[in-house]
Design a protein around this ligand. Structure first.
Ligand SMILES: Nc1nc2c(c(=O)[nH]1)N[C@H]1C(S)=C(S)[C@@H](COP(=O)(O)O)O[C@H]1N2
Ligand SMILES: [Mo]
Length: 319
């Protein structure tokens, strides 16, 4: 696998940041490391039992994607500290802290519904299905802010193809973990838990739809949806479900959490569309995190290559 374990780093490569961010495993190894310092063994040896895909572990061998934006990337500290993740909190500054002890491993993802290969997959088996790519995508929240993020993953179609959906399968539903012990926001009924999202099959198969497990060269931090999320760059951010435990193939259009909570405000499609206002605010402009002036929002968030998926559809009705 291309995920570099901390133990694969020559000790000279280990920066203070690596040590800080992987501190739990380093603390676990600390007693041994102390001994190693005395005996002259390197960290290489002592860190060996530590795990693969910890938050912030580096991901090696990333392919560059032709879909990447060349716009200025939003700083990591903003993308990892300003999060919509209602399972933890409705306050965007809180998930980073509240998700610190969240356990993204071990983790299984159930693939079921209308597929030939119903199965339970270990998340790390999913990560190995295809070569990881870096995709620098714009991400537009329905609330009017946007970010540019170097996500890491591969096309969702890679997983879908392997599941062998039946001809009847027309939609894909994604379900987030339900675990109020770990996710304090789920103790409050702000949404109907668990969080669910859905895509039409051709949307899910579009090469831009990303199955995502990393960002900024590293494994995802918990607040950004570890261990596995989707990132659908032409749709409002809420379609990009985090911490996915189930991928189900259906014949009928699945409901999604936001539609369930306010169907007059949030539709199934939720394509970024500057011409269709949210009932309570305009969608014509957006503010890039860290910038002062607003910029115009682009149709499909600028991803014109998806337009064909919606030809003949009234996108005012199908918002
Ligand atoms: N399970 C789950 N997924 C979710 C959300 C959520 O509250 N719960 N929020 C959505 C919204 S509104 C946005 S804008 C993005 C934010 O992703 P980010 O924090 O990685 O930027 O996650 C989406 N996925
Ligand atoms: Mo959002």
């Amino acid at each position: 696998m291309l995920i570099k374990r901390p133990s694969d780093n020559p000790s000279s490569d280990i920066t203070p940041k690596d040590i800080y961010l992987n501190r739990r495993q380093f603390i676990a190894g600390a007693a041994v490391a102390g001994a190693a310092a005395v005996t002259g063994l390197g960290l290489r040896e002592v860190a060996e039992p530590s795990l693969v895909a910890e938050a912030n572990a580096k991901i090696d061998g990333l392919q560059k994607s032709p879909f990447s934006s060349t716009e200025k990337q939003t700083p990591y500290k903003d993308v990892s500290n300003y999060n919509n993740f209602y399972e933890f909190s409705t306050d965007k500054y809180e998930p980073a802290g509240l998700a610190k002890n969240f356990k993204p491993r071990p983790w299984t993802v159930t693939i079921d519904g209308l597929v030939k290969k119903k199965q339970e997959l270990d998340v790390d088996a999913i990560l190995k299905m295809a070569a990881p790519e870096e995709r620098i995508y714009r991400h537009r929240c329905v609330e009017g802010w946007s970010i540019v993020v170097p996500w890491i993953g591969f096309s969702l179609s890679e997983l879908i193809k392997r599941a062998e959906p039946l001809g009847k399968a027309k939609f894909v539903e994604f379900t987030t973990l339900y675990d109020p012990k770990q996710m304090p926001g789920q103790r409050v009924p702000v949404l109907k838990w668990p969080y669910v999202e859905g895509l039409r099959m051709d949307e899910a198969m579009h090469p831009l739809a990303l199955l995502c497990f990393g960002m900024y060269g590293e494994i995802l931090p918990n607040q950004n949806g570890a261990p596995l999320r989707i990132t659908i760059p032409w749709k409002y951010g809420f379609k990009s479900a985090k911490a996915i435990v189930r991928i189900r193939f259906t014949e009928g259009q699945p409901m999604n959490s936001w539609q369930l909570s306010a169907s007059n405000e949030y539709g199934f499609y939720s394509n970024v569309n500057p011409n269709v206002d949210h009932p309570r605010w305009s969608q014509a402009k957006e503010r890039r995190l860290g910038e002062f002036l607003k910029r115009p929002t682009l149709m499909f968030n600028g991803y014109d290559q998806v337009a064909g998926l919606y030809s003949g559809m009234d996108l005012k009705k199908n918002f």
